[in-house]
Write a protein that binds this ligand. Structure first.
Ligand code: S3P
Length: 167
């Protein structure tokens, strides 16, 4: 079985994924790390040098490559992965994959992302809390349609990584 974690930046996909992999005794993969290792360049550098469209095509390719070569793993996607290249349809069409949407309200995401914006090229230019709220609010409005295509939704508000993994 392949457990795929989706959700906005800062939702906790990587921390929950690592913990869940330990509980299930599965290997953990982070799609951004997998892309970075294969392209031998960091995610912000890919955005900067090649642009977002290039990143999205690579992201779709590596997602398919990783799924095709894996059995029992927990995989954390990037925040935007579900929203491009029909990636959710691809994931939902496989019966060896279960998708989980880690859901957090706008305010909690903003509080987490303000101190963590630097290695996230899409939000690195934001400064004030108002700018974060406006940008992420709009982004969530656009992206929720895709996140809601997950098989399961996990409410992550006020929960520890362990509690979310147990859910
Ligand atoms: C992105 C999220 C990032 C990374 C890239 C784009 C997005 O992953 O894939 O910066 O579009 O939301 P995280 O969700 O792990 O930060």
């Amino acid at each position: 079985m392949i457990v795929v974690l989706i959700g906005y930046m800062g939702a906790g996909k990587t921390s929950v994924g690592k913990n869940l992999a330990k509980i299930l005794d599965y290997n953990f993969f982070d799609l951004d790390d997998y892309i970075s290792e294969n392209e031998q360049v960091s995610i912000p550098e890919i955005f900067q040098k090649k642009g977002e469209i290039y990143f999205r095509t690579r992201e779709a390719k590596y997602l398919r490559q990783l799924i095709a070569s894996s059995e029992d793993i927990v995989l954390a996607l990037g925040g935007g992965t579900p929203c491009y290249s029909e990636n959710m349809t691809f994931l939902n069409n496989s019966n060896k994959i279960n998708t989980f949407f880690l859901k957090l309200p706008l305010r909690s995401l903003v509080d987490r992302l303000i101190p963590e914006k630097m290695n996230r090229p899409l939000i690195a230019h934001l400064n004030t809390q108002e700018e974060f709220l406006e940008f992420i609010g709009k982004h969530l409005f656009e992206r929720n349609t895709f996140y809601n295509m997950a098989t399961y939704t996990v409410d992550c508000e006020k929960k520890t990584v362990q509690e979310i993994s147990e859910d």
